[in-house]
Design a protein around this ligand. Structure first.
Ligand code: NAD
Ligand code: UD1
Length: 334
């Protein structure tokens, strides 16, 4: 029996594949390489010294995806495939709803047809919008402020209804906070196309000389140093959270949401300083206007994941910065 990993060549998916293979699971990766490269799969094989089946398939292509269910015995699905750029989702909402919502519907219909009723879904802290209070617990109000966020909320609703309709379904929705860092080998990491939207890839690109300076979006938030605070989590910790969720869905049924974060918030300037220490260099920066749609503070209460999944983040900010920097240097050289 294998675990089907959609979007397994992407940033979080690739790290999760490594953890799954290292734990002895059989996996099948399905990805259309819209935001990743096939080479990542070779690197996963190299790191783990394990082979696995991979298919270039768009999850919206029902016929191609169905062949995977016909040809293989699948015990559960970890569903990463989707689009994730907030700004792009505002420019092209239909594409986001098609991929994230319709893609999930195609997948769920096939899962139902072939009696595969266990899923771990990639949700996001974005489902809390601008939270009323921090740390954020799973029962905080859910809201969205952009099509990307709506697509995650809609999928959570669909999965909730699905699980309520049939007790055989067991679904864990993992609400990721801010994943950063890379595998310690330096072989895989986050590989954004064009100018990075997110903080850590931007910092590492300044460090490598691809960007001139970091623009800090806003210096007058109500935080200790005026810059935005987030819950950064090492991508390998996050990947391990999927294994714990996979164990959980074998044992219980229904829809369950979990925050995957560290529970600690760091400001933009604190991250910049931690990176400077890890890389032994200064990062030039200037404070500019706030980025529209940004919130001041966001960090998780990860107690539910600890209690119910027996999972908690182990890696600290130093390791996140050191691993992100190792990956950036190695990938820049090719
Ligand atoms: P990513 O873009 O690196 O990985 C997504 C993968 O899905 C890519 O390999 C891409 O090629 C693939 N994909 C996209 N559309 C597809 C389709 N139609 N068919 C098949 N494959 C397709 O992103 P990531 O950071 O690894 O994120 C994985 C999931 O986690 C996404 O659903 C994302 O929304 C969610 N998430 C990410 C973050 C984050 O900060 N990285 C935070 C919260 C939630
Ligand atoms: C972003 C997404 C969010 C997603 C999350 C997960 C947006 C608006 N939100 O959140 O939907 O769930 O990633 O990873 O894209 N910053 C700078 N300069 C930069 C880049 C970022 O100062 O060049 C600041 C931001 O203002 C923020 C912090 O760094 O305070 C983190 O930003 P980012 O990495 O983009 O993540 P989020 O905004 O938390």
């Amino acid at each position: 029996m294998a675990i089907l990993v959609t979007g397994g060549a992407g940033y979080i998916g690739s790290h999760t594949c490594i953890e799954l293979l290292n734990a002895g699971h059989e996996i099948i990766v399905v990805d259309n390489f819209y935001n990743s490269k096939p080479d990542v799969l070779k690197r996963i094989r190299k790191i783990t010294q394990r082979d696995f089946i991979s298919k270039e398939i768009d999850i919206q292509d029902k016929d191609e995806l169905e062949k995977v269910f016909i040809d293989h015995s699948i015990e559960a699905v970890i569903h990463f495939a989707g689009l994730k750029a907030v700004g792009e989702s505002v420019q092209n909402p239909l594409r986001y709803y098609e991929t994230n919502v319709n893609g999930t519907l195609v997948l769920c219909n096939l899962m139902a047809k072939y009696d595969v009723k266990r899923m771990v879904f990639s949700s996001s802290a974005t489902v809390y919008g601008n939270p009323d209070q921090v740390p954020i617990t799973e029962d905080s109000p859910l809201r969205a402020t952009n099509p990307y966020g709506w697509s995650k909320l809609m999928v959570e609703q669909i999965l909730t209804d699905l699980a309520a309709s049939d007790k055989e379904w067991s679904i864990s929705s993992l609400r990721y906070f801010n994943p950063i860092g890379a595998h310690a080998s330096g072989e895989i990491g986050e590989d954004p196309q064009g100018i990075p939207n997110n903080l850590m890839p931007f910092i590492t690109q300044v460090a490598i000389g691809k960007m001139n300076q970091l623009k800090v979006f806003g210096g007058n938030y109500d935080t200790s140093d005026g810059t935005g605070v987030r819950d950064y989590i090492h991508v390998v910790d996050l990947a391990q959270g999927h294994l714990r969720a996979l164990e959980k869905i074998q044992k219980i049924s229904g829809f369950h949401a979990y925050n995957l974060g560290t529970g600690k918030g760091y400001s933009v300037l604190e991250i910049k300083e931690a990176f400077e220490e890890a890389a032994g260099m200064k990062i030039p920066y200037s404070i500019v206007e706030r980025r529209p749609g940004d919130i001041a503070v966001c960090y998780a209460d990860p107690a539910k994941a600890k209690e119910e999944l027996n999972w908690e983040a182990a890696k600290g900010i130093k390791e996140m910065c050191a691993d992100a920097w190792r990956w950036q240097r190695k990938s820049f050289k090719g």
